[in-house]
Design a protein around this ligand. Sequence first.
Ligand code: DAH
Length: 341
Amino acid sequence: MKQKIESLISNVNSFIAENADHAEQLRLKYLGKKGILNDLFVEFKNVPAEQRKEVGLLLNDLKNNVQDKVNTLKEKFEQGKSENKKESIDLSLPVDYKVLGTRHPISIVRNEIVSIFSKIGFVVSEGPEIENDWHNFSALNFPPEHPARDMQDTFFIEKNPDIALRTHTSSVQVRVMEGSKPPIRTISPGRVFRNEAISARAHCIFHQVEGLYIDKDVSFADLKQTLLYFAKEMFGEKTQIRLRPSYFPFTEPSAEMDVSCNICGGKGCNVCKYTGWLEILGCGMVDPNVLENCGIDSKEYTGFAFGMGVERITMLKYSVKDLRLYFENDLRFLNQFESAY
Ligand code: DAH
């Protein structure tokens, strides 16, 4: 038995494998369930006591040699495999392009608005989308019977008349005034919610950017120049603006601003309904009541505010005719927008 094991050891040591399969065959032949080593261990039971120690050691040697041999061979073939792979890289092949997504048009325009106002010192502030009556209505001078407080227009949370999804980002101006001292120069982009039937021109979720400037001696002329600067940056150097008197509970006087139609250049087309003008935002001087509601002395400070719809500006800038497209996530629509913003 001793000789048999010794010759098996030398067989194992001189074994040559050409691939990983050969190495596996060697393992099975010796170490498998029906392998040589199992047979030898059975045979070992009959070895006379005086030879047991020596034969036992040899048997262990054989087992270890097989194991070592198999491991080294397998390692060798594994390494070879990855080396082969490395060699097979063809550097002349064109790269596998990853399709990059594009920003959503609403994000592009929101970022552009933010960037235009940050150039003249406005900082971004944000507020919660779920608001209480004070920040969304009362502090902004909405009388108790104002129709916007109606269930028809506002989404209330669990029928609690005090908590609702904000209907405009003007709520953020209240929070900013309550939390900081003038001078204040801020813009607040965000999502707003109104109980509206969805159509090409209206949606129950949309985006606004609110602007607020409070300091000593802020006048309507400052408002006008700020908005003219914005309109030219957004729609082009030739853009003109006009302000029409309007009404908002939180501003006095209030106005709506139109820009000269960027499609026909003011000559008249079906987008501007042949008026040459497009309405883009509401604005005005912050009502003294609002300043006082927010802890700002209205004798010392004045300010202006404005609010615009991001969907509307995006529609005008990119000639989008149906605002439902913004929410459908159709890649054929979204892929058309590429931007630095
Ligand atoms: N909050 C108004 C709206 O949702 C927009 C607006 C109008 C905001 C005039 C203002 C403003 O700050 O001065 O329709």
